[in-house]
Write a protein that binds this ligand. Structure first.
Ligand code: GLV
Length: 310
C-alpha cells in the first residue's frame, strides 16, 4: 500500500521526519521565503495531511487542488488563515496548537508595553547614535505602570497570562470579551493601555477603528499581539497623527508582512515582526503538536486539538 503523503509548508523548529518516521511520504518546502501560492497548489495534490503556517491560506481553491486532503494541522493557535466551514463540509479536520504559546505571547505583549511606556527604542537609538550627553532630570520621561489601568480585549489563555503579569506591576486590570466583562466602549474609555487578545474573525475584523480609537483616553496606548486586521491600521495612524492616541506596540499588521508607512517613522510606536511565539521551546512545541495531530489522524484516532468536528 502507498504511504500516506504529508506536506509541510515551511522549515520548522524541529525536523518533521524525527516525529513522522518512515511510515509516511514527507514533502517539505524548507526554503525561505513562504511558498508561492501556485507552487503550494501544485504540491498539495495527492496529499492527505497538510501542515501550513499562518501565511498559507487554506480555502476552497486549495481544497479543490487537494482532493485527498483529510487533515490540516495548522502551525499556530490562530486559524483565521483557514476556511474552517469549507474544510468541515469536505470532512477535513482542522487542528491548532493551543496552550504552548500562551506564556511567550504574554511575555511579548509585556515587552511591547514596557518598551512603549519607558521609551526604550528612543533611548536605545540615542545610545547608538552617540547622542547621550549624560543623565538629565527631564530626559525621555515615560509613565508609571503602578495604579494604571490595563484593558484586555478577549479573555482567553493569553489574556489571562497578560493579566497575571500585570498584577506584579501593580496595575488594575479590566477586560472585555464577547461573553464577559465590560462593554468594549467602557473598556476603551477606562484604560491607560489596551491590549488585544482575541481571535480574528468576521466579528473582530476592524474591531478597533476610528470610532473606537476616539473612545480611548487621550494619550492611551494600544498593544496588538493578536492579528493585524483586528485594528484598522489607517485609522490607527490617523489617531497617532492627530495626537489622540499616545502610542502603539504592534507585533502584527493588517497586510503582513507589509507595514503601514505612517507607522515606520514614528517614535511613539514599537514594531516587531510577529515574534509572539518566537522562542525555541514554543516553536518546537508548536511543530510537535501539529505533527502529533497528523500522526493521530493517520492512526485512525481523533486529533485532540481539532477545532472542527463532523
Ligand atoms: C501565532 O500568531 C499563532 O496564532 O500561533
Amino acid at each position: 500500500m502507498d504511504k500516506p503523503r504529508v506536506f509541510v509548508t515551511r522549515k520548522l523548529a524541529l525536523d518533521p521526519r524525527s516525529l513522522l518516521g518512515a511510515g509516511v511520504e514527507l514533502d517539505q518546502h524548507d526554503e525561505e521565503p513562504v511558498i508561492a501560492r501556485a507552487e503550494l497548489l501544485k504540491r498539495v495534490r495527492g496529499v492527505e495531511a497538510l501542515l501550513p503556517t499562518l501565511a498559507d491560506r487554506v480555502d476552497d481553491e486549495l481544497l479543490d487542488a487537494a482532493p485527498k486532503l483529510k487533515i490540516v494541522a495548522n502551525h499556530a493557535v490562530g486559524y483565521d488563515n483557514i476556511d474552517v466551514p469549507a474544510c468541515t463540509r469536505r470532512g477535513v479536520w482542522v487542528t491548532n496548537t493551543p496552550g504552548v504559546l500562551t506564556d511567550c505571547t504574554a511575555d511579548l505583549a509585556w515587552t511591547l508595553i514596557l518598551s512603549l511606556v519607558r521609551r526604550v527604542r528612543e533611548g536605545e537609538r540615542m545610545m547608538r547614535e552617540g547622542k547621550f550627553a549624560g543623565w538629565a532630570p527631564t530626559m525621555l520621561l515615560g509613565r508609571e505602570l503602578r495604579g494604571a489601568t490595563l484593558g484586555l480585549i478577549g479573555h482567553g489563555r493569553i489574556a489571562n497570562a497578560v493579566e497575571e503579569r500585570a498584577k506584579a506591576f501593580g496595575m488594575k486590570v479590566i477586560h472585555s470579551s464577547r461573553s464577559s466583562g465590560l462593554k468594549l466602549h467602557e473598556l476603551l474609555q477606562q484604560s491607560d493601555i489596551v491590549s488585544i487578545h482575541c481571535p480574528l474573525n468576521a466579528q473582530t475584523r476592524h474591531l478597533i477603528g476610528a470610532k473606537e480609537l476616539l473612545q480611548m483616553k487621550r494619550g492611551a496606548q494600544l498593544i496588538n499581539t493578536a492579528r493585524g486586521p483586528i485594528v484598522d491600521e489607517a485609522a490607527l495612524v490617523a489617531s497617532l497623527e492627530s495626537g489622540h492616541l499616545g502610542g502603539a506596540g504592534l507585533d502584527v499588521f493588517e497586510e503582513e508582512p507589509l507595514v503601514h508607512q505612517g507607522l515606520v517613522g514614528r517614535d511613539d510606536v514599537v514594531l516587531l515582526p510577529h515574534l509572539g511565539s518566537a522562542t525555541v521551546e514554543t516553536r518546537q512545541a508548536m511543530a510537535r503538536i501539529a505533527l502529533e495531530q497528523i500522526l493521530l489522524f493517520l492512526a485512525g484516532k481523533r486529533p485532540v486539538t481539532a477545532v472542527n468536528s463532523f
